[in-house]
Design a protein around this ligand. Structure first.
Ligand SMILES: NC(=O)c1ccc[n+]([C@@H]2O[C@H](COP(=O)([O-])OP(=O)(O)OC[C@H]3O[C@@H](n4cnc5c(N)ncnc54)[C@H](O)[C@@H]3O)[C@@H](O)[C@H]2O)c1
Length: 362
């Protein structure tokens, strides 16, 4: 581990954090609607426990705006529109805005046709993919999302020792029925999301075993290998299987949509570009009764009834950890590490927003 200090953690009420972050995003140049979409997404990421995709992204967004790599305002451009098939170009606009518009369209078309296949290319960072899966599930639809990124290379292929992929996330969301919450599997194809390495680095913490290799391909827990030369790499989840899924994300979200796979010539410093392929399905696509969702819910209950292993409270389903953390953080406030607090405060000062007093550290 490097000699970096362990950072204090502050806990701030969600509504106070939202007010502060909204002022920053507005001062960075977004109109009210765009700021609302961006801030809602960042807040939901923090509330659901994915701090790496929350307000800690603001310094990077600010750099991208300053470099002209993140365009403000506007809307995604429609490149193809033929019933259930649509393709959009995000034109480097805020991913939280363009992915919202594109997901709304995908929902509309899937409702109409039973399914929708929608591509989004060249969006600036679209954040937590579960946000978009959750939107579809809330509309009663099933959704499958493959995402790649052409910002940089972070993840080594299985059997390799240097970086070839971004952390290419995959998500599938299944709506619940009869009061059951949705199942939302939303995951990076790397052992941990790059943002979690950043949070660990800023927090002075180690990353879990099996997440990273150093520049010689040796296992390490030190997040500094992703920030300080000589650089190491993240490992894919599940060995060859996660590596395969990461590759599929580049081929479907990148090559198929035309946004491009993560070839080195597409890497842009300080700029996170995401492409996404969405497949959205009405649950009654093959069977117009409620049987499909009823069976899904029965299966979910069957799986959850497995007796918990020693040291585990209960079997959860994908999406449960986020729901539980959200309830806790809405009640107790959102924890922000000292490094993130200071970096966001620097952005606030740069755009003329008053920085609130630091809450007491935990
Ligand atoms: N935009 C991008 O380029 C990009 C890149 C990578 C990751 N991301 C986002 O980063 C976020 C974090 O990804 P991650 O892989 O670190 O997530 P994670 O490992 O925390 O969770 C992955 C999935 O596992 C589920 N899960 C966790 N613990 C569980 C348990 N005990 N039982 C059952 N299910 C459980 C979660 O609900 C989630 O669906 C995601 O929202 C992802 O979309 C975005």
């Amino acid at each position: 581990m490097s000699s970096r200090e362990k950072m204090p953690i502050y806990r701030i009420a969600a509504e106070d954090l939202e007010t502060y972050v909204t002022a920053i995003v507005r001062a960075m140049g977004s109109d009210e609607r765009e700021a609302g979409l961006v801030v809602r997404h960042l807040m939901e990421a923090n509330l659901t426990g994915h701090d790496s995709h929350g307000i800690s992204m603001l310094p990077s967004y600010k750099r991208s705006i300053d470099d002209g790599n993140l365009k403000l305002g506007g809307a995604p451009k429609v490149l193809k529109d033929s019933g259930p098939v649509m393709l959009f170009d995000g034109e480097n606009r805020y991913g939280q805005m363009v992915a919202h518009v594109v997901t709304e369209k995908a929902i509309e078309r899937a409702r109409e046709h039973g399914f929708a296949i929608v591509g989004l290319r060249n969006a600036h960072h679209i954040g937590r993919i579960g946000h978009w899966g959750g939107m579809c599930a809330a509309a009663g639809l099933i959704s499958i999302h493959y995402v790649n990124g052409t910002a940089a290379m972070f993840v080594a292929p299985h059997g390799g020792s240097d970086r070839r992929f971004l952390t290419n996330p995959y998500c599938t969301a299944i709506p619940g029925m009869d009061g059951q919450p949705p199942v939302v599997l939303d995951m990076a194809t790397s052992q941990i999301a790059m943002g979690k390495v950043r949070v660990a680095y800023h927090g002075g913490n180690e990353v879990p075993d099996g997440s990273l290799i150093d520049h010689q391909g040796r296992a390490t827990n030190n997040p500094a290998v992703m920030y300080e030369a000589p650089f190491g790499a993240l490992l894919p989840i599940g060995g060859h299987k996660g590596y395969g899924l990461a590759m599929i994300c580049d081929l479907l979200a990148g090559s198929l949509t035309g946004g491009g796979s993560n070839l080195p010539e597409r890497n842009m410093k300080n700029n996170i570009i995401n492409n996404m392929l969405m497949i959205v399905l009405r649950p009654d696509l093959f069977d117009e009764t409620d049987q499909v969702l009823a069976d899904m819910n029965a299966f979910r209950s069957h799986v959850q009834a497995s007796p918990a292993a020693p040291g585990v409270e209960a079997v959860l389903v994908p999406g449960d950890p986020e729901r539980n953390t959200r309830a806790e953080r809405l009640r107790d406030g959102v924890p922000i590490d000292g490094g993130t607090w200071d970096e966001v405060a620097a952005v606030a000062r740069a755009v003329g927003v008053a920085v609130p007093n630091k809450p007491e550290p935990l």
